[in-house]
Unconditional design. Sequence first.
Length: 200
Amino acid sequence: MQQWNQAIEMIEADLAADIDIADVARAAATSEYHFRRMFSTLAGMPVSEYIRRRRMTIAAADLIRGEGVLETAVKYGYTSAEAFTRAFKGVHGISPGAARTSGASLASQSRLSFHLRVEGTTPMKHRIVDMPAFTLAGLSATVPVIHSGPNPHIIEFERSIAAETRERIAGLNDVEPTGEYSLRWGPSVVPSGAAALIPG
């Protein structure tokens, strides 16, 4: 994690310059290819998008301090005020000029910091039971993987299941365990909101 944070330091130091991702990857002790892949997985966005958001965050502060639009555009590597304005609106939703008005709402990108967190230290009681063949009946949805906190896609899926549908599926269940549960399948989470085990 220390090397990845050093890579972030390099990005922060060069926000007003042309950032060479290959150099940044070397600071993280990996190849550019794997750095880009791991960054997207860990941060939830491509490194190019992170750099763009950070640039526009700092650029907004420069504009509020009184720097001109063209001056700020050139400072952050844009060839024209128009190109800078498009990028600025893409992040903040408003023009650089509007950002200077009192009460303007801006969308800032915080600086990333990587930390190692160990989970799974709490014991979990379970039992293994041999069962005859059965059929799993229920609803499924493929959703993106969320690495931290509740997954809003699963929550939305659960809320979309009508009460009548839950009762109908639960009525099919005639073996243990009873009740509602969910399953993981492959790289994506496939929740089964209300499911039934049916001998097969």
